[in-house]
Design a protein. Structure first.
Ligand code: UD1
Ligand code: CA
Length: 462
């Protein structure tokens, strides 16, 4: 007996007015649809997830890859039609199927599990998740009979004045006996103002067939929010941000002005961390204890070690080991691995490079495609010249190397341990162990040049 989940994500999201298909739109820098798949995976009861794709389907498939099965809805003829196109993929009709829209990122696994349990325990043929909203406009309204039983769902633009006053709405989540789903869908039509096959019409069809239909009421109504436009998106984002920040603060993460701090859904932060304003930490980042992050810092898919201080900086796909300081105005990217007790200071960029213990680049340096040992000092303006316009080349720097200011190291190059590079050098040859390398024009002082020139110029004027 297999349990399926069907996520509807083929629509364009016309009301968003964005290029990106709606369900791919990010919330806290993660696509909406990824939240839904993750929540379903966490709800242990699902065996197979089918995602209905259509409009710009490759964008959705590039996000979810092969974590799910895809059904293609070539023309978006409505939510009912979207479910119909999954029929060929459903091989086991004995269990239940949960259907949910791809624009509902706040729904959590706990709610999905409860709805499925209620459906099973009460032996419903279909369970609809409903909620009450202060402003129900845009949502399908729940019409009940005198005894309180669900009669029908009436879409906002089909509803009369009295129906529009109803504040109980369809969340778009349904649990249904798989064996009944497709036969019931065959009976819905598109005789409505949008000429679409509405999934909501399945209620009426199943009622007419004497099926047992029940509702599951969701108390925290904001979790059922459907993201139809960018305003709804901003509200959902701030709810999610508050939820995440609250639980982090309660677990011992200090936040200064938390409304300005955005932490992604999959970020892990240990206790005794301080986060300063205007900071984003996203992706699968991990922040170890004692770290201080921000203000004005972005960290994405990165690991920040214990007691690291990272201020006014960008850190992408990188690792900073413990007791190091980063910033202000540093940029670490593409697999930078900073050793313990480093100092990566003002206007320093590190790309695809590793540094050893106690290495320092305090100001204005570029370190790209380099392997650097311990106790290395990069002077102000030291640069790895790693790119000739076509290819990238490696720089290797041994332990205890001192690089003076304004040094260009033209890669590929190997600077062996204990060397000293004179300021202003442009190196294009390897430097053997323990050497002093000087590669610059020597200074010439032309004495009395200014006085003599002035005398010459004065003579010409006369
Ligand atoms: C839908 C419900 C409404 C409910 C609301 C909850 C219908 C007819 N209406 O309205 O009762 O209150 O959700 O948020 O079901 N989609 C497809 N193919 C299509 C059409 C839509 O895959 O042909 C997908 C969309 O990508 C979206 C989801 O289905 O993820 C819901 O579609 P949307 O247009 O947002 O429906 P609502 O108007 O919000
Ligand atoms: Ca919607």
């Amino acid at each position: 007996m297999k349990k399926y989940a069907i996520i509807l994500a083929a629509g364009k999201g016309t009301r968003m007015k964005t290029e990106l298909p709606k369900c791919a739109y990010p919330i806290l820098r993660k696509p909406m649809i990824a939240y839904i798949v993750e929540n379903l995976r966490n709800a242990s009861l699902i065996d197979e997830i089918i995602v209905v794709v259509g409009h710009k389907r490759q964008v959705i498939q590039d996000i979810l890859l092969d974590a799910v099965t895809y059904a293609c809805q070539e023309d978006q003829l409505g939510t009912g039609h979207a479910v119909m196109v999954t029929e060929g993929l459903i091989s086991d009709l004995d269990g239940d199927t949960i259907i949910l829209p791809g624009d509902m990122p706040l729904v959590n696994s706990c709610l999905l599990e409860s709805a499925m349990r209620e459906h099973h325990d009460r032996r419903h043929d279909l369970t609809l998740v409903t909620t009450k909203l202060d402003d129900p406009s845009g949502y399908g309204r729940i019409v009940r009979n005198e005894s309180g039983y669900l009669e029908a769902i009436i879409e906002h633009h089909e509803a009369n004045y009295a129906q529009k006053m109803i504040d109980e709405v369809n969340t778009g989540i349904y649990v249904v006996k798989t064996s009944l789903l497709f036969n019931s869908l065959k009976k819905i039509d598109n005789n409505n103002s949008k000429s679409e096959y509405y999934l909501t019409d399945i209620i009426k069809v199943m009622k007419d067939d004497n099926c047992v239909i029940g509702t599951y009421h969701l108390k925290e109504s904001y979790k059922a929010m459907g993201i139809n436009d960018l305003y709804a998106l901003s509200i959902a984002e701030s709810r999610l941000r508050n939820d995440i920040n609250k639980s982090l603060m309660r677990s011992g993460v200090a936040m200064i002005n938390p409304d300005t701090i955005t932490i992604g859904h999959n970020v892990k932060i240990e206790e005794n961390v301080i986060i300063h304003p205007n900071t984003y930490i996203t992706g699968n980042s991990v922040i170890h204890k004692g770290a201080q992050i921000g203000p004005n810092t972005e960290i994405h898919e990165s690991i920040i070690g214990e007691n690291v201080i990272c201020r006014l900086s960008l850190v992408y796909n990188s690792t900073v080991n413990k007791d190091s300081t980063v910033g202000p105005f540093a940029h670490l990217r593409d697999g930078a691995i900073i050793g313990e007790k480093n100092r990566i200071g003002n206007f320093v960029e590190v790309k695809k490079s590793t540094t050893g213990f106690n290495t320092k680049a305090s100001h204005l340096a570029y370190i790209g495609d380099a392997t650097i040992g311990k106790n290395v000092n990069f002077g102000c303006g030291a640069i790895t010249v790693n790119y000739d316009g076509k290819n990238k080349y490696q720089t290797t720097i041994g332990d205890d190397v001192f690089i003076g200011c304004n040094v260009n190291m033209i890669a590929p190059i190997n600077i062996e341990e204990g060397s000293l590079i004179a300021a202003g050098s442009t190196l294009n040859k390897n430097v053997p162990k323990g050497s002093l390398a000087i590669a610059r024009a020597f200074q010439v002082n032309k004495e009395n040049y200014i006085r003599d020139k002035k005398n010459r110029d004065d003579g010409e004027e006369k």
